[in-house]
Write a protein that binds this ligand. Structure first.
Ligand code: ITT
Length: 194
């Protein structure tokens, strides 16, 4: 079964394929949307933006589509950067630098990654929607080269002071917001086939 993965972010696609394979799912192939896929992400929540992206991909292709809207929510910043994580500053390094500076005055550095996934049918109606979360805190300095985005400054709860970027791909996917959300989607799809 082919499903359009409504993203322009190659890191997300890579992780999606890794998570699907390690979950033992062999009958689903994620394909990218056409080049003119350019949804206006003007929702107020991860869930709304995820639906906007999935629906746009289904509209363009007439196929079942899956979208991932994700980001980092930091307690002392009242949940920022949140749905604006990709737009917090112009480059990945500038985003990390801005985050470390913003969190510096605070003792409470608790944070979570959120991933809202929405699966839409060929007509844009919602087939399934759920979210995954991963808890941790913001490190004082960046470490590690794995993953992408804010991974070098996210200390994962229960991982002995390692950042998400210091975990192996499998270790990240096991605990990540994306892994948790996608396994729920894969369980839903399996339940439809049985
Ligand atoms: P699409 O909308 O095309 O899918 P995007 O990167 O713009 O790609 P989002 O709007 O969902 O996607 O923003 C997600 C941002 O949140 C992403 O660019 C990172 O900055 C951050 N992020 C999400 N998941 C992450 C992860 O696993 N590790 C580190 N940072 C992550």
């Amino acid at each position: 079964m082919k499903i359009v993965f409504a993203t322009s972010n190659p890191h997300k696609l890579k992780e999606l394929n890794e998570i699907t394979a390690s979950y033992g799912v062999k009958d689903i192939e994620f394909i990218l949307p056409p080049k003119d896929f350019d949804p206006l992400e003007d929702g107020k929540t991860f869930e709304e933006n995820s639906l906007i992206k999935a629906r746009e991909a289904s509209k363009l292709t007439g196929m079942i589509s899956l979208a991932d809207d994700s980001g980092l929510c930091v307690e002392c910043l009242n949940g920022a950067p949140g749905i604006y994580s990709a737009r917090y500053a112009p480059t990945p390094q500038a985003r990390i630098d801005k985050l470390l500076a913003a969190v510096a005055p605070y003792k409470n550095r608790k944070a979570k990654f959120v991933c809202a996934m929405t699966l839409t049918n060929s007509d844009g109606s919602i087939l399934f929607a759920d979210r995954g979360e991963c808890f941790g805190e913001i490190a004082h300095k960046q470490a590690g080269t794995g993953g992408f985005g804010y991974d070098p400054v996210f200390l994962v709860d229960g991982k002995d002071g390692l950042t998400m970027a210091e975990l192996s791909e499998d270790e990240k996917n096991e605990v990540s917001h994306r892994g948790r959300a996608l396994r729920k989607v894969l369980d839903f799809l399996a339940s439809q086939n049985s």
